[in-house]
Design a protein around this ligand. Structure first.
Ligand code: PLP
Length: 401
């Protein structure tokens, strides 16, 4: 009989020639457990999904209760389903006031697609501006606005009338004009290697969009739900977008995405033509129940508020000759190493040190730190000791890249 690892390679479509290939049987809190009982500290949260930790009892309970009532009943937007309406109203309570109308989808990429269509439809314009080194997903629209030429080029032709400008470059905001439907931005760039906005950059972007009638879209798919030390980066920087995109932690470990805007803007999707944007599974009741329970946990356990002290502890403990910088906000961190070869070694060998670690898509000189927000001080100390041992190993054994 073939092992699961052999079946994985034989029957699953692969995303790269070098998957991590670590077998996992169960998960609890910040830990993943292998079939041999080996325990790994999850420093990634699959990326920024498990903000409340794995298998939180309140999330598992909400899922079980909902499964006992019903699962999928009908395409999105026809029936009144309690988990959907309760979660949408809960989100409206904690988001900036104008972001009060939620369109649920299944994933981050789909939230991006919906928002781009909404912006075109509402403004009657077609131009979309995004940022170099931005990541917004892998579907065709999301790929068209992704800030990496390497990935875009491989799949042309893509969406026309899309332009990329530089994050934190105030002058490039002049390219936003009355022909621009929307600007989409990650308030903190994730896959670029955790790049925080310079003081005033998001405010200037907001002003330029308001002055030109351009919709400002915040992709908070990674930054959302407490990860930056605030519930949303919009709160952290005190800038409200016209549309916010949520996914990843939105579903509390279940697949869920959303684009959220004002009732006025959102109404552009429901007529002329009606059913211009539809989804079968978007806002799946089980995913909404899980997400709503996870959001309550984030609030009740003050996970956003406790993030900054945890971030400081990582920064204090992660001192090593291979580390040049630990940057980011809250528990959305990049550990900058002295070279690419060390990053490759660290990610490939982390499992030997009981850690799950990962790369960034567009920054090959840093490793990602995005543990569940529930991680305790003791667990942070344990993770840092294991990481420092791994870095010692890397400094001796990493092969010259
Ligand atoms: N936007 C950002 C900022 C992301 O980090 C991601 C996924 O990593 C996406 C969009 C796409 O989300 P999904 O993988 O759920 O389609």
């Amino acid at each position: 009989m073939l092992s699961d690892k052999q079946l994985f390679l034989q029957f699953l479509g692969q995303t790269s020639p070098a998957p991590l290939m670590i077998e996992i049987n169960s998960a609890k809190g910040v830990f993943l457990f292998g079939p041999d009982g080996k325990k790994y500290i999850d420093l990634i949260s699959g990326v920024s999904v498990s903000n409340v930790g794995h298998n939180h009892p309140k999330v598992v309970g909400a899922i079980k209760d909902q499964v006992d009532s019903y699962t999928h009943l009908m395409v999105y937007g026809e029936l009144v389903l309690s988990p959907q309406v309760r979660y949408a109203s809960h989100l409206a309570e904690i988001l900036p006031p104008a972001l009060n109308t939620c369109y649920f989808v299944n994933s981050g990429s789909e939230a991006v697609e919906g928002a781009l269509k909404l912006a075109k439809r509402f403004t009657g314009r077609s131009r979309i501006i995004s940022f170099r080194n931005a990541y917004h997903g892998s579907t065709h629209g999301a790929l068209s606005i992704q800030g990496s030429e390497t990935y875009r080029n491989a799949f042309r032709p893509l969406l026309p009338d899309t332009y990329q400008i530089d994050f934190n470059d105030f002058e490039s905001l002049d390219l936003i004009d009355e022909k621009t439907a929307c600007v989409i931005v990650e308030p903190i760039q994730g896959e670029a290697g955790i790049i925080v906005p310079h003081t005033g950059f998001l405010e200037s972007l907001r002003k330029k969009c308001s002055d030109t009638g351009t919709l400002l879209i915040f992709d908070e798919i990674q930054t959302g739900f407490g990860r930056t030390g605030y519930m949303f980066a919009a709160d952290r920087y005190n800038v409200a977008p016209d549309i916010i995109l949520l996914a990843k932690a939105l579903g509390g470990g279940m697949p869920l995405g959303a684009f959220i805007s004002s009732g006025e803007i959102m109404s552009a999707l429901s007529s002329d033509p009606p059913l211009g944007h539809i989804t079968t599974f978007g806002g799946h009741p089980v995913c909404c129940a899980a997400g709503d329970a996870a959001l309550s946990v984030i609030i009740e356990e003050n996970l956003a508020g406790s993030c900054n002290a945890k971030s400081a502890l990582f920064r204090q403990k992660l001192k090593h000759q291979l580390i040049t910088e630990v940057r980011g906000e809250g528990l959305m961190l990049a550990v900058q190493l002295t070279g690419h070869k060390y990053v490759e070694y660290v990610v490939a060998n982390a499992h030997r040190y009981g850690l799950i670690m990962d790369f960034f898509l567009f920054c090959n000189s840093a490793v990602r730190l995005a543990p569940p927000l529930t991680i305790s001080e003791e667990e942070i100390s344990m993770a840092c000791t294991q990481m420092l041992d791994l870095l010692d190993d890397a400094s001796k054994n990493a092969i010259k890249a």
